[in-house]
Design a protein around this ligand. Sequence first.
Ligand code: FES
Length: 235
Amino acid sequence: MEMINLTIDGQQIQVKAGTTVLEAARSAGIKIPTLCYMKEINEIGACRVCVVEANGRMVASCVTPVTEGMEIKTNTPAVREARKTVVELMISDHPMECLTCERNGKCELQTLAENLGIREIPYEGARRDLPKDTSSPSIVRDPNKCILCRKCEAVCAKIQEAHVLGGQNRGFNTIVAPAFSLPLNDVACTMCGQCIHACPVGAIYEKDDTAKVWEALGDPEKHVVVQIAPAVRVA
Ligand code: FES
């Protein structure tokens, strides 16, 4: 197995060839923030939050393989400024509804903004105003909060093999939704909830609509599936 020598924040380390800068840093105990990365499931370099300096160039660490003699810096003023700009741009088109958002206090974007010291957004521009998809009895999609990390799409395809979610439209109008932007209830969604678990923000969340779940499954009276086993007397 070919090994690669490199330096990360002054630490000399050795990792297997093919390792990404992000994984190399993690192996050295160095934390780099991520939003879109899921090891071996979603390695697409979409969010750019994991930016670092590699031999003086800014690169997305989650999709950059290490090379011999590489010198990585993960926490320079330029790197911190680049991350801050990336997050500010994401938030510039994000609904400011944190207090009423399902993910308030558990939102990765919110945590990142706080850690980067973001207090105001210097960018103004168009905002999306798309309808929520509330058609499913158990899942709500709010495309206005989507940061296009594509984690939901990746788990839907690679873990659940349902292939229900995918990128629709282009450029500013891109959303992650079922094909032709059909409602979730009209496609082969299995309501597994993997997408909810993977979403780093409040763009997909659980809906407490038990009555409608029963409705979707049919008459609850006909779904008595629990059988109580007879008690065993211990002598
Ligand atoms: Fe690397 Fe998103 S975590 S680009």
